[in-house]
Design a protein around this ligand. Sequence first.
Ligand code: SF4
Length: 445
Amino acid sequence: MKHLFIKTFGCQMNELDSEKIAGVLSDLGYSLTDSPDSADMIILNTCSVREKAESKCYSDLGRLNELKKERPDLLIGVGGCVAQQEGTKIVKRAPYVDMVFGTDNISDIPGLLEKRREKAKNRVSTERRRKRVLLQDNSIVKSTVLRNHSVKALVNIVDGCDKFCTFCVVPFTRGRERSRKPEDICNEIRGLAASGYKEVTLLGQNVDSYGKDMGGGTGLAGLLEMISEIPGIERIRFMTSHPADFNDNLITAIAKLPKVCNHVHLPLQSGSDAMLDKMKRNYTYAEYKEKITKLREAVPDVTITTDIIAGFPGESDADFNKTLKALEEMQYDAAYTFKYSKRPYTPARTYEEQVTIDVKKDRLNKVIELQNSITLAKNKECEGKEFEILIEGESKRGSVSLTGRTRGNKIVHIQKQEGIFIGDIIQVRITFATFSSLMGEVVGF
Ligand code: SF4
């Protein structure tokens, strides 16, 4: 048995890609290890959404070069968005890399390894083949996904993105939108339910536009209804939504379908209409706010999270203050916050009026400080209340605790006790809340 170590950067789409990479390689006799030192193959599954993640990948490659000097048989692969974007440039920059494969080429890994064996000393790289849609064939999915969790699973429903926000490299790395057929998705989820999975998260760069490339028909709301019918699946999540496509049908589906969890991740990015326009987001803050108001009316206990970019080109103090005001008004449960960074191919990298790094840092700190106080207050509101949680595994805090999540996606730690197992759905009362998680006591199982 050979050992494989995968380091995953970036989003849940990349996590799912890593599970597929592990699946393909398990068919070739590789089993996963947590230790790069004992690995026969190391794969960096990269993210190019932010400059920081991309440079981290190159600095990791530098360290792997040292490891490879000590162990020349070690195989090094680079996958994911940086690989899709950079292609053979990676091998030029890091000639010790043995294979490069993009997000569309995971199924080519066995062929790449075979070529490498044939040409022992030559490096290989796949061409970009954005049109190839690995997931259209459900039989491939079943045989190639080696899942990280035993009770919750990531399921890709649409790949790529047609939105072309001016700061985002995703349409260039993952290509245009390609939705999977509803029957393929449901078959995959039926298989997951049969294997004991209780929760699925439907993934896409923009899940709200699911089905548009197939001529409409089943949209995300329709798909949620279909998946709700699958016995054994108790919870359905989806991400990421786009405010321009997030619609009344979806709000109704979340409100009326009991299995659909009460959590929506709806990236705002900025509270300034001028910035939203420059970002080509296709909504105003007022339109965004109206959708959130409707969502909260229909689903009063909904958890809402967002993404915020600080220091987009041309962002004035007044624009930035509108973002702070939006955070106050929206009262998000959590926010993923980023400094703007120039990405390849994107229009915003050429915009004049780039904000200085010091101003970006300062604004990011202000956003984080404000949101942290809101997140803590929202978590404190949970104290004394009861929630249903799905037990996902042992807590990282130690072997005496278990960790689960509420339907609103908040992490809850409980003391281990007899009769409670991973995969159980139990009722807890929150005894204490911190910024990052909740502590609970069991009140029913
Ligand atoms: S919606 Fe915009 S930010 Fe999201 S993946 Fe598409 S282009 Fe990128």
